[in-house]
Design a protein around this ligand. Structure first.
Ligand code: GLV
Ligand code: GLV
Length: 319
């Protein structure tokens, strides 16, 4: 029996699966676990099942001790984990790719619709009790058919977003470290371009790359300036990929038409400039937030954990 520490509440089925084979210490608090409590609890753990709100760094690995074998993130993004530190100590780190692809692409489309059709603005108006009537020119947005969607980061989620956008009649271009499968590119009619071209020709730019030093402020003032003044920026990946202060200025100055954000640079804080604007849809990191998806993510994290604890290759290793 190994000791498994789960750093926050996850679907019960996954905790049960772990508990069938190991001793499980699962944080049950309604709030996220505090840093000190976390460092205390991981002591002696063989496995840490982590949420993206917990930083997994040298300090935590030290606090856990040399018996630690696996850190299983219940997320596809793993910028909260110092993977090099894990590798250096022979600790396997894992994530949950694939199972949240559709849910996240759904939210990207939701934000595209919210931004281009001014749904947040309309909802705020109706709730405000201020008068409104149907009008020929009332709250007009922008149509999707025939427009170009530029996807930054064409992994599973980028491709799933592209597939949905095709059903709305959009053309797809993408920027990615590598060429995607030619069959998928053909099916999506997707053409690979560099970031500057993508920014200058897209009507909607949607961000789907991982966050790391190479993508910090990938979209900053200079990049926003290249975008059309009729274009929208959507981010369902990680907040710091976009320079939020620069985005607030660009939206305020009419440099771009609108934006839709699910993630923030200093989450859960949102740049105050954005809160004052009508032309940005703001939702609270809901990309993978469906009952089905969260269950699948937790089960995959449990499978990753169980595999490493029994000296097998986990389904989704990072290192
Ligand atoms: C969510 O943001 C994830 O990375 O799974
Ligand atoms: C997400 O599931 C991805 O692999 O891009």
């Amino acid at each position: 029996m190994s000791r498994v520490v789960v750093t926050g509440r996850i679907p019960e089925a996954a905790v049960e699966k772990l508990r069938a084979e190991h001793e499980v210490d699962a944080w049950q608090g309604p709030e996220s676990i505090g840093r000190e409590e976390l460092l205390r609890r991981v002591a002696g753990a063989h496995a840490v099942v982590s949420l993206l709100t917990e930083r997994i760094d040298f300090e935590l690995l030290d606090a856990a001790g040399p018996q630690l074998k696996v850190v299983a993130n219940v997320a596809v993004g793993y910028d909260n984990i110092d993977v090099a530190a894990c590798t250096e100590r022979g600790i396997v780190a894992t994530n949950t790719p694939g199972v949240l692809t559709d849910a996240t692409a759904d939210i990207a489309l939701g934000l595209i619709l919210m931004a281009t059709r001014r749904l947040g603005e309309g909802e705020r108006l109706v709730r405000s009790g201020r008068p409104w009537t149907w009008g020929m020119f009332f709250l007009l947005g922008s149509s999707l058919r025939g427009k170009t969607l530029g996807i930054v980061g064409m992994g599973g989620i980028g491709q799933a977003t592209a597939r949905r956008a095709r059903a709305f009649g959009m053309e797809i271009i993408y920027q990615s470290r590598s060429e995607i499968d030619p069959g998928i590119a053909a099916e999506l009619g997707a053409r690979r371009v560099d970031l500057d071209e993508l920014l200058s020709v897209s009507d909607i730019v949607s961000v789907h790359c991982p966050y790391g030093p190479a993508t910090h402020h990938l979209i900053g003032a200079e990049q926003l300036a290249i975008m059309k003044d009729s274009a929208y920026l959507i981010n369902t990946a990680r907040g710091p990929i976009v320079d939020e202060a620069a985005l607030a200025s660009a939206l305020g100055d009419g440099q771009i038409a609108g934006a839709g954000l699910d993630v923030y640079e200093n989450e859960p804080r949102v740049h105050p400039g954005l809160l004052e604007l009508e032309n940005v849809a703001l939702v609270p990191h809901l990309g993978s937030a469906t009952v089905e998806t969260r269950t699948a993510m937790a089960m995959l994290a449990a499978d990753n954990t169980l595999a490493v604890l029994s000296d097998q290759r986990p389904p989704a290793p990072i290192n």
